[in-house]
Design a protein around this ligand. Structure first.
Ligand SMILES: NC(=O)c1ccc[n+]([C@@H]2O[C@H](COP(=O)([O-])OP(=O)(O)OC[C@H]3O[C@@H](n4cnc5c(N)ncnc54)[C@H](O)[C@@H]3O)[C@@H](O)[C@H]2O)c1
Length: 420
């Protein structure tokens, strides 16, 4: 009989993880509270661009992958892996309501000797301060009759170079026994396991990785602004700097940082640090640069239009709304911020994004505009904000009268292309 696991939260993280466990011959029960997702999965339709409908079809045909909203199925498994969202609250503090909600739904169905693993990104101390005490309140002794681990998820949606199985997996346990249990399970699935000494260290590892990225991208955006002010091509400078074989990691400027992780996780760290009386000046500065980047880009577009004498009834076609290339995720997308800034400026703005058929903002529904030379000709300017691979950039170059390129899609110089 196959070993059985439950994955709670079938989103960008949970669904690929569930798929991997299934590939490794586990019987997987996926639990989600979103009925729409469950219906799509049962009908063999994927809602994640890295997973095809065919893959969902094969899962369904296998008979060893089930989707449900019923938490009582938790009792059948040897391990429960939690991959629910960890967003920010309105006041930009950690919102653990999804994690706590999932834990509350699991609790009535727990069986002795089960392993619970949290994979959602969160601040250091969450597992130790929130979940271990909760289990103890329910008369469990963690490390004896129930086991708790934390393993940060490092998946990079849209990145086909690194498969989930090949990304080293940092794991931790609330006790030594918990660590042994999570290592035992995860080494049957992942190539490389990296055990760390505490759940706090594992939680911090994830926040270090994402805060490092947050600060570096914000810094390169500052360098971009400096280069612009000094008449230097920032892209040329980055390319030259990247030839150094050590000590320099290349980051690209852009309209800002988006997604459910990079702009969010540093604020989890800041919240926890501030709570403990510690300051986070790097995070604070990076946040202020990142928050103002769409406004900066908007200023550059306005300047470009003025230089080209395009001031009245300006029509703009924006390329890409998702927060990064090749995925359909709009969460915290700076491209959306830029879109709305341009609308507020009075421009007539449409968008082309093959991953986003429509989106609603300010009570208005906008629809993806398919590209053609005729369509491109109708706009005063094309703004490239997210560079999906499938977009025909050659056609845009041929047919658009003016282009503002925030992603270095055009490396050569063209008279009608301005770059960030
Ligand atoms: N998206 C990424 O690239 C990425 C990468 C690494 C880590 N993470 C982290 O992983 C976690 C999940 O992120 P995601 O992008 O997969 O989110 P997501 O929104 O794509 O998926 C989360 C899923 O959890 C479900 N859910 C919410 N509450 C639930 C509950 N109480 N019970 C069961 N299901 C519930 C939602 O319906 C949704 O399908 C977050 O902490 C995130 O920071 C995300």
């Amino acid at each position: 009989m196959k070993r059985k696991i439950v994955v709670v939260g079938l989103g960008y993280v949970g669904l690929p993880l569930a798929l991997l466990f299934h590939q490794k011959d586990y019987h997987v029960i996926g639990i989600d509270v979103d009925d729409d997702k469950l219906v799509k999965l049962r009908e063999g339709r994927s809602y994640i661009s890295d997973i095809s409908d065919d893959q969902i079809g094969w899962l369904n045909a296998s008979g060893s992958f089930e989707y449900t909203g019923d938490f009582s199925r938790v009792s059948e498994s040897e391990a429960i892996i939690i991959c629910v969202p960890t967003p920010l609250s309105e006041s930009s503090d950690p919102d653990l309501s999804y994690l706590k909600g999932a834990m509350q739904s699991i609790l009535p169905h727990l069986r002795p000797q089960q392993l619970i693993v949290v994979e959602s990104s969160t601040y250091p101390g969450t597992t130790e301060e929130e979940f271990v005490p909760l289990l103890e309140q329910h008369q469990y002794t963690v490390g004896e009759d129930v086991f708790v681990g934390y393993s940060p998820e490092r998946i990079d949606p849209g990145n086909l170079m690194y498969s989930l199985e090949n990304i080293a997996k940092v794991v931790s346990g609330a006790t030594t026994g918990c660590l042994e249990r999570i290592v035992g399970l995860y080494q049957t699935v992942f190539r490389t396991i990296v055990p760390v000494s505490s759940t706090k260290a594992a939680e911090m590892t994830k926040l270090l990785e994402n805060t490092y990225r947050f600060i570096n991208i914000s810094f390169i955006n500052e360098i971009g602004r400096l280069c612009e002010g000094m008449g230097i091509d920032v892209w040329e400078v980055i390319e030259a700097a990247a030839t150094k074989p050590y000590g320099f990691t290349s980051y690209d400027p852009g309209p800002g940082i988006g997604g459910h992780c990079i702009p969010v996780d540093p604020l989890y760290l800041k919240w926890k640090a501030n709570l403990e009386g510690l300051e986070t000046p790097f995070i604070d500065l990076a946040k202020s640069i990142n928050d103002s980047q769409p406004v900066y880009v908007m200023g550059r577009i306005k300047q470009l239009l003025a230089e080209c004498n395009r001031n009245d009834r300006v029509r703009i076609l924006q390329i890409g709304l998702a927060y990064k290339a090749n995925i359909a995720d709009l969460r915290e997308s700076p491209s959306i911020s830029l879109f709305l800034l341009m609308v507020a400026e009075g421009y007539e703005v449409d968008y082309h994004d093959p991953f986003i058929p429509s989106f609603t903002a300010g009570g208005h529904e906008y629809h993806h505009v398919p590209l053609s030379e005729e369509v491109l000709n109708e706009y005063d300017c094309v703004v490239i904000s997210t560079a999906h691979q499938s977009v025909d950039y050659e056609m845009i170059l041929r047919a658009a009268p003016l282009i503002f390129d925030t992603r270095n899609c055009y490396e050569l110089a063209y008279s009608h292309v301005a770059k960030l």
